[in-house]
Design a protein around this ligand. Sequence first.
Ligand SMILES: *Cc1c(COP(=O)(O)O)cnc(C)c1O
Length: 411
Amino acid sequence: MTNDADIAALDAADPLAGFRDAFSLPDNVIYLCGNSLGPPPRDAGDRLAQVTADQWGAHLVRGWTEDDWIGLPGRVGDKVARLVGAKPGEVAIADSTSVNLFKLLAAACDLRPGRATILSQADNFPTDLYIAQGLAGLSNGNRRLRTVPAGDIADAIDDDTAVVMLSHVDYRTGALFDMAALTAAAHEKGALVLWDVAHSAGALPVDLNGANADFAVGCGYKYLNGGPGAPAFLFVAERHQGAARSPLSGWMGHATPFDFGPDYKPADGITRFLCGTPVVLAVAALEAGIDVALAADPKALRAKSQALGDLFIERVEALCPADDLSLFSPRAATDRGSQICLTHPQGYAVMQALIERGVVGDFRAPDIMRFGLAPLYLRHADIDEAARILAEVLTTGAWDQPKYHDRAAVT
Ligand SMILES: *Cc1c(COP(=O)(O)O)cnc(C)c1O
């Protein structure tokens, strides 16, 4: 079993230890919710202030050209490309994850005429399923969403499958899909694959081109630490960029938007997947988070994330009463993303008691407590302390107070 000295040694030897200083985190908080909203990079505020004063304030509307705001989605997209195994020109910053899902799912379906099915995992993140349902609703019955349990995806792909839409990491269990194997299985049946890397980009190495992925979307405010509501990103493999079309044919995706012509003509390359005007200030904050992530060695990131998860499981199982508490995430680190989930019938109240004690995770119905383990700013000692506090809350029954049972609007 890991003891205090081991934990201190692990932190002393941690090659990523220095990254903690790149973030501003409140004192006395162990932040295990970076899979929902990452903390601010220390220089995010300065960057916002700088863009406001030196670009917006100094150049006003000329900022679109003088500061190349117009090129921002592609320029910052190229940085994200380095994080997700894509080439320059394959990623753009745009819109929200939900909107990007809509655009790319529609584009992918159109590349497979004659096939009606969008296939997804039954417990996919709800917005992914809702977007597919919305798209199917616009198709005059020509498209449908079919969901199957995650483990049955490969077998469910058939010659009616247009697109397989999957989340790389399951938001409730933390289970990691084998991106390369499932993409190959889909391609073998003639289907395309759209990966949602919201819970993996920035937390573990993602290799979209290594897996031969077709399309992907990802989130800016989770492990990329881009700020609440940060813009999202989208990936379209170069081989699809000529034929694929966005159904949201806004002017920023036009070949020549400043000709102000009456008819839509898509731009070349990834630009055709833009819709409206880029959110310049929000991209400036997001870029601060992306720059921190780019400085980290992806192998070290993965190794630490796995070690933190293993340590948390070990400490929880050693210290917490086992009755009512179960591990909901895969036990093998290679099968997990960067979060550990535990179930408890009173998970909501237990989580509120933890939050009041400075251990901030979150809760997902019906009984799941999620602990996001962001390797850039967490220490092994934080994980150990979180397990101790959880043990204290469970052993004393401290969670069983009326104030911990009141459900907030956001859990
Ligand atoms: C967080 C997350 C989203 C978020 O979508 P928004 O449009 O930003 O609200 C979508 N899909 C997955 C899998 C997520 O984890």
